[in-house]
Design a protein around this ligand. Sequence first.
Ligand code: OGA
Ligand code: MN
Length: 213
Amino acid sequence: MSHRVPLEQYEFLVDQLALQGYAILPNFMPNDFVFQLAQRAKQIQKTGALRVANVGKHMQLNDAIRSDSTYWLDDNSPNVVEQDYFAIMNTVKSQVNRALYLGLDTLESHFAIYSIGSFYKTHLDQFKTDIYKNDDLRKLSCIIYLNEDWRPDDGGELRFYSDFERGQFVDICPQGGTLVAFLSEQFYHEVLPAKRERISLTGWFKTRANSSL
Ligand code: OGA
Ligand code: MN
């Protein structure tokens, strides 16, 4: 288990998830590790390995629901920073499963870089379309922000609908170290256009295929 994140942070996470189905935790990740993850994302960006996010085969760019670029992580990567990320997420998984019996199993994760003006329109993380396979197995979404000194006028907030039908939402600044976690099938959210480059690392825990859920 990684010692980078204090145990009480996982307890805050589990408590908030149990109470409301989502959790917003500023400073979940320590600054030095946020910095290392951001450096890693920028290094990947420099090598040209980021890909324009999937907007669907037959869509015009204008119709795109998102305009960020992503890089999918491999949990066998020899990179130590990525390994530490997976170790932390493994602790998230075991703590959440122990307390909430969500049956979290595998994790898929990507870095996302939003260039200036990029956005991601309102969506659920289970699309139930054929764009992504097996999205209906996504159970818990975990977003970690990697941006230093994000200011209110930088835009790029995560608009998180705590109750979509009633129009209730919170706008969350993508400040480095903040973790936002929520039940993937339940909560609509969108990324407002960013006025400066915006980096996040998102992981989705899936349940086992063919489970009866
Ligand atoms: C996503 C997503 C939000 C964010 O990748 O599905 O909603 O704030 N990301 O990066
Ligand atoms: Mn999403």
